[in-house]
Design a protein around this ligand. Structure first.
Ligand SMILES: NC(=O)c1ccc[n+]([C@@H]2O[C@H](COP(=O)([O-])OP(=O)(O)OC[C@H]3O[C@@H](n4cnc5c(N)ncnc54)[C@H](OP(=O)(O)O)[C@@H]3O)[C@@H](O)[C@H]2O)c1
Length: 327
């Protein structure tokens, strides 16, 4: 089978399209014919090891341990292992396989069936591949860390990217009043996703305008933690999903300390892919309450271009890889 393979950390060019052995499913695994995948900042970090922690936390100290990247996939079950009971050959599934060594930028992958849910019937493979990691991050950030409640004022900073476009829609599905922060060119899209209010970050700093929110999900950009804190209601919750390195380290190191005094909570979300949440997101997708936004599509051989585009930091929604053509 064909796969995008890398043997050393580096820029997207280290990835090469190669012929490799097609996997066979182990007992609890399903063999998937990958129809589409999507790229995430996570893939970029694994490829480049730009965060040293990648090497320490199982990525491989000197060189990558898993040589085919790609976490988000959608495809068709081709074969099932002896103990895999949930799916049958022919089933269309989607999922995030980051917990099983990745391997999604390939024609086939074999991982435990617990990575997958049935693909939403109303979505193409490409649309389904755009969903898992970004939508689960948004869901868990809003619901688990953010304890979102109907009627709350929720702000999503970085509302126009992969995680943000899902966050706006999922927050709306919980009955929140949503403010989306993005740049001028994305304001209309944020409104079309259901945002009640939009703030153009190139013209206005939401941490300085006196407004306060019950929940802030910080997906992209940078503001000091003290500024986010100021923009929270007295019992408000700040959840950092991503953004600049400074953003991430401040939330990890200072967040717990800042949460000790006063009623405000400052924390972060680290997505935990699981079937239950994927199934919940599938329901939202099938009900039309959440719609994936796809910016660009690339063929498998152009994963490096897709990653470079994502790395520029201005993708509008998700960037998708088309692996098999019969979508
Ligand atoms: N915690 C977790 O488990 C988890 C899981 C997944 C992702 N993440 C992290 O979440 C972050 C976002 O991921 P993503 O997939 O959404 O990224 P993405 O799709 O690459 O985000 C791109 C979007 O960010 C917007 N943006 C750029 N600078 C901004 C700014 N200063 N203020 C507001 N918006 C800005 C861009 O809009 P403009 O073009 O208009 O600037 C663009 O639409 C990354 O840091 C990623 O590592 C974390």
């Amino acid at each position: 089978m064909k796969a995008m393979v890398y043997s050393k950390y580096g820029p997207p060019d280290v990835l090469q399209l190669k012929e490799v052995e097609k996997p066979t499913p182990k007992e609890d695994e399903v063999l998937i014919r990958v129809h589409a995948a999507s790229v995430n900042a996570y893939d970029w970090h694994l490829l480049t090891a730009d965060i040293f922690l990648v090497r320490l936390m199982g990525g491989g100290l000197l060189k990558p341990k898993n040589t085919i990247p790609g976490a988000d996939i959608a495809g068709r079950v081709e074969a099932v292992g002896r103990n895999a009971k949930q799916f049958r050959p022919g089933d269309e599934v989607f999922g995030d396989i980051a917990g099983w060594g990745n391997g999604g930028f390939a024609e086939y992958v074999s991982v435990p069936e617990s990575a997958f849910a049935l693909k939403p019937a109303n979505l193409s493979f490409e649309e389904a591949a755009a969903v898992p990691m970004a939508a689960v991050t948004a869901l868990q950030g809003l619901r688990d860390q953010g304890q979102i409640q109907p009627g709350q004022k929720v702000l999503v900073n970085g509302a126009s990217g992969g995680v943000g476009t899902f966050a706006v829609q999922i927050a709306k599905s919980f009955g929140a009043e949503v403010t989306a922060v993005c740049s001028t060119r994305n304001l209309d899209m944020a409104r079309s996703l259901g945002a009640d209010h939009v703030i153009d970050y190139t013209k206005e700093d939401f941490t300085q305008n006196g407004q306060q929110y019950d929940l802030i999900l910080a997906v992209n950009g940078y503001h000091p933690l003290s500024a986010y804190r100021r923009a929270l209601t007295p019992k408000g919750i700040y959840v950092m999903a991503g953004g600049s390195m400074a953003q991430i380290f401040q939330a990890m190191l200072l967040g717990p300390m800042m949460s000790k005094t006063g009623g405000k909570k400052m924390g972060g979300v680290s997505a935990n892919p699981n079937q239950k949440d994927l199934a919940l997101i599938k329901e939202l997708l099938e009900a039309g309450k959440v719609v994936p936004v796809i910016d660009k599509r690339y063929p498998l051989s152009e994963v490096p271009e897709a990653l470079r585009y994502l790395g520029e930091g201005h993708a509008r929604g998700k960037v998708v890889i088309t692996v098999a053509q019969n979508n």
